[in-house]
Design a protein around this ligand. Structure first.
Ligand SMILES: Cc1cc2nc3c(=O)[nH]c(=O)nc-3n(C[C@H](O)[C@H](O)[C@H](O)COP(=O)(O)OP(=O)(O)OC[C@H]3O[C@@H](n4cnc5c(N)ncnc54)[C@H](O)[C@@H]3O)c2cc1C
Length: 457
């Protein structure tokens, strides 16, 4: 089978960029043929919303699964939806929110596929109470590297299931899944916004009262220093009741806002420490502390989705996103990270803070108990050096980084951060002894062996 294109591919951060043979099947049978005949290692790709190199395969093949996006069955009594893995969360929301069902876990963008959501075992603003996406996957079908279709669930082939949930595409191609949706009465949340004047105040407020909210997240001004280091706006919410919805509005069909698009790459000078500082000050100013604000789902859960191609704001050289969790006992690590960013003047346009709940059963799932922080760093000469310092800091404090955001971590760091890596490797060796499935990321992280073409990367 011929590839659809030889294409330069990257993640959402637009860096690193690598040439890959890209296949875009429209039928399941074609996906099986691709696995049998493609050159070099193969990795699946969804909507490419991972920031780094998880869905990139330099010198190898990439199977774009987005055209296999049919919804197969829905049971309105149980809320269980069976769909192909190329269905996006946006498509699910479009169909099911008006019918009174919501996704149990929604990340900061709805433009991710079900396959990508399982492969990174994604988390949302409710992780502290509801856990990760895979907790709501009753069953999935996997095209194994040997070309067989395997049904897995927490009860059937559970080892493969928990290696696949968070397994960054390395156990095979997820073909379809059965998801449990959550009944809702409205498509709005009732949100409390609280300003915190520094990181200690933000953590104290979250620790004191996060449990009262199903959804909790904070925006952090990474450029404030001294006594204002880590000043934040906490945005915490619960689902709104029908009586809370603005008069005259349809509770399950909030009015859609027209999306804007960044039409072209911004020149590098547009986002500089000064403009980012101004943006952060503005954001702090426009969010006074307020209680009980009724906000529609799109605005609360996925604010950046209203700006198409927002990654172009970082210019064509791209940017890196960094996300790490520090255990609750390691608050000092989080503070040291904020100080490091301040000192390196590597401004982050947006930084997000959240308390995470207990770790789930996925062998390589990222979420674990602690404070997670996410930041963007625009491309610059010493980007890798700065990211390396951040990585070492996370390691020193017993934390871990998120593969969905990573493009630079070292294999020894990844092994130290993910103590169940050997267990994952055992499942991988059984399913895929020849490492048919690997990516630029898995080779860089030493999860799968390097290839000759990888030298110098
Ligand atoms: C604005 C923004 C906000 C975000 N917020 C969050 C957040 O709050 N929480 C969070 O957890 N993540 C968040 N993310 C990251 C995103 O949710 C994950 O990277 C997700 O995996 C992307 O899905 P995708 O369909 O784009 O997959 P891709 O990025 O294309 O691929 C991701 C991984 O999934 C694998 N994969 C994809 N499809 C399949 C398949 N069919 N079978 C097997 N493997 C497959 C790929 O091989 C790769 O390893 C955010 C990303 C953006 C851009």
């Amino acid at each position: 089978m011929e590839p659809f294109a030889i294409q330069k591919l990257s993640g959402w951060g637009r860096w690193p960029v690598e040439e890959c043979r890209v296949y875009r099947p429209e039928k399941r049978r074609a996906a099986c043929d691709i696995l049998r005949t493609c050159e070099g290692p193969l990795i699946a790709r969804g909507l490419g919303r991972s920031y780094g190199d998880a869905a990139v395969n330099g010198g190898g093949s990439v199977l774009d699964y987005t055209r296999l996006n049919r919804m197969l069955a829905f049971d309105s009594d149980t809320g269980v939806l069976e769909c192909e893995a190329g269905v996006s969360l946006a498509e699910i929301l479009d169909v099911f929110v008006p019918r009174g069902f919501f996704l149990p876990v929604l990340p900061g963008t709805k433009f991710v596929t079900v396959g990508g959501a399982i492969a990174n075992d994604i988390h949302g603003k409710n992780h502290h109470v509801d856990g990760t996406f895979s907790r709501y996957v009753d069953q999935l079908t996997l095209l194994t590297p040997a070309g067989e279709t395997l049904t897995c669930s927490p009860a059937e082939n559970s080892g493969v299931f928990w290696a696949t949930a968070g397994g960054i595409g390395l156990t095979g191609l997820i073909l379809s899944a059965r998801l449990r949706l959550r009944p809702i009465q409205t498509a709005y949340v009732k949100a409390d916004y609280v300003r915190a004047s520094n990181i200690d105040e933000a953590l104290a407020v979250m620790n004191r009262s996060d449990e009262r909210y199903t959804y909790s997240v904070g925006w952090v001004d990474c450029l404030s220093k001294g006594a204002r280091l880590g000043r934040s706006v906490l945005m915490r919410a619960n689902l709104a009741a029908p009586g809370d919805v603005p008069h005259g509005a349809d509770p399950l069909r909030p009015r859609k806002k027209r999306a804007k698009t960044v039409p072209l790459d911004f020149p590098a000078f547009v986002l500089n420490p000064l403009s980012i500082k101004a943006f952060n000050s503005l954001l702090y100013a426009v969010y006074p502390s307020v209680e009980g604000k009724i906000v529609d789902f799109d605005t609360y859960f996925c604010p950046l989705d209203s700006i198409g191609h927002w990654n172009r704001m970082y210019g064509k050289n791209g940017f890196a996103q960094f996300q790490a969790t520090f255990p609750y006992s390691e608050r000092g690590g989080l503070v040291a990270l904020l100080e490091l960013i301040g000192k390196s003047s590597c401004a982050s346009f947006l930084a997000v803070l959240k308390r995470m709940g207990a770790q789930g059963p996925g062998m390589l799932s990222y979420p674990s108990e602690g404070y997670t922080i996410t930041l963007d760093i625009p491309m610059r000469r010493n980007l890798v050096e700065i990211l390396r310092k951040m990585e070492l800091l996370v390691l020193e404090h017993g934390g871990r980084m998120y593969a969905a955001k990573d493009a630079t971590a070292l294999p020894e760091s990844f092994a130290a951060m993910y103590p169940r890596l050997d267990e994952f490797r055992e499942v991988k060796a059984r399913l895929d002894p020849d490492n048919r499935f690997s990516s630029t990321q898995s080779r860089r992280l030493g999860i799968t062996p390097a290839r000759e073409d990888d030298h110098g990367k």
